[in-house]
Design a protein around this ligand. Structure first.
Ligand SMILES: Cc1ncc(COP(=O)(O)O)c(C=O)c1O
Length: 396
């Protein structure tokens, strides 16, 4: 109890009244894309562990090895204590795989976006207030970076690159450097941006292209290394995470050497935080070795996603513009979405209801995230469960 608990309790009551109080649930991760929840084994269609690598023996073993060799923690930030050889080696590996001059790793993808965006915009300040053009659905961490920079973006309709071009043209007479912020795969819709066209637009308008590849890394593009590979050398900054398909934790920037050298001293979330710890680096290292060879796993995930989309469409369910391993089932109302998630749990699936503010009002959904660890039988059971639950929960 604290003297200030009244503040927090009234906020919690407000959230409760709106049906938006968030609670944590304890789950135990299991093999085969499963978790145990309240003593029951469920097929987990809520995780971003798209390749099932978080339980891969090679990652576990290298995490153990590197803990034994280098210790469990890094002890301080890299500028204070010095960088460990594995940090530098991993960055060289990421840069090689992304085809960029350099790379820089961060403790998390959220922290990266929140810290790198203000650093970038600060570098551009001499030329007048920077102009930022952002897809309306960019991730919360990028909004955090924009807020920290005190910059209000011009938002363009989701994935509408004609609208982006119009906005850039409308503001063409204004001073200031241009930045385009978007994602290659959108986390809640599972659709893709046209990266080659984005690169064309950025070049035509002299704009800096910032591409978040959190949900593409490991899963899409040449050798699974993301969609920026479809526009080689033409994306100014690629960010991605090791925390999703790569089964571990952390974020990376891939770009020019000058950009990465600048961020070492300018990105607050790099300078003032402890370096990612050796066991995590070990897991990332092993994942990066495996990823190029996982074409069969990637094909399996995408084939399951196509089958799920087709089956949901047969039941009249809107899957937004999904073309990836993320397949949303759009419900609309929050209560109905929660009801559907409960029904799916009874049927043996951990499928989470995604509601505002994570997604726009009126677009609550179940976000299915498929993994190579799932089998065809899991998918067929999921399809049957959705067909049985859909009319009852949504049209009740
Ligand atoms: C598009 C996008 N960018 C960045 C992040 C943050 O990455 P991390 O989970 O590594 O902090 C996420 C995580 O949900 C995301 O979906």
């Amino acid at each position: 109890m604290s003297r200030f608990d009244d503040l927090f309790l009234s906020e919690l009551e407000r959230a409760e009244a709106l049906g938006r109080r968030r609670r944590l649930r304890v789950v135990e991760p299991l093999d085969g894309g499963r978790v145990r929840l309240d003593g029951r084994e469920l097929v987990d269609v809520s995780s971003n562990d798209y390749l099932g690598l978080s339980r891969h023996p090679a990652l576990i073993e290298r995490a153990r090895d590197w803990a034994a060799r280098y210790g469990t923690g890094s002890g301080a930030s890299r500028l204070v204590r010095g960088t460990f050889e594995p940090h530098a080696a991993l960055e060289a590996k990421v840069a090689g795989m992304k085809g960029t001059e350099a790379a820089l790793i961060f403790a998390s993808g959220w922290q990266l976006n929140a810290a790198v965006i203000p650093a970038l915009l600060r570098a551009a300040r001499e030329d007048g207030p920077p102009l930022v053009f952002a897809d309306e659905l960019i991730h919360a961490s990028m909004h955090q970076g924009l807020r920290a920079a005190g910059v209000k973006p011009c938002r363009f309709a989701h994935n509408d690159l004609d609208a982006l071009e119009r906005l850039l043209a409308e503001r063409s007479g204004e001073p200031g450097r241009r930045f385009i912020l978007t994602e290659s795969v959108f986390s809640m819709d599972g659709d893709r941006a046209d990266v080659a066209r984005l690169a064309d637009i950025a070049e035509r308008h002299g704009a800096f292209l910032y591409l978040d590849e959190a949900h593409a890394t490991g899963v899409l593009g040449p050798r699974g290394m993301g969609l920026a590979g479809l526009a080689p050398g033409r994306v100014d900054l690629i960010m991605g995470t090791f925390s999703k398909a790569l089964g571990s934790m952390g974020g990376y920037v891939a770009g020019s050497k000058a950009l990465c050298d600048y961020l070492i001293g300018a990105a607050s979330g790099f300078v003032y935080t402890t370096a990612p710890p050796p066991p995590v680096l070990g897991a990332i290292d092993a994942a990066l070795e495996l990823v190029p060879g996982l074409d069969a796993e990637r094909a399996h995930v995408q084939a399951m996603a196509s089958r799920l989309r087709a089956a949901l469409a047969d039941s009249g369910i809107d899957t937004a513009g999904s073309t990836t391993q993320i397949v949303p089932a759009l419900v609309g109302g929050e209560a109905e979405t929660l009801e559907l998630a409960r029904g799916l749990q009874e049927a043996g699936f951990l499928a989470v209801a995604i509601r505002p503010p994570t997604v726009p009002e009126g677009s609550s959904r179940i976000r299915f995230a498929l993994s190579a660890a799932h089998g065809q039988a899991d998918l067929e059971r999921l399809i049957q469960a959705m067909a049985a639950l859909w009319p009852a929960s949504v049209h009740a």
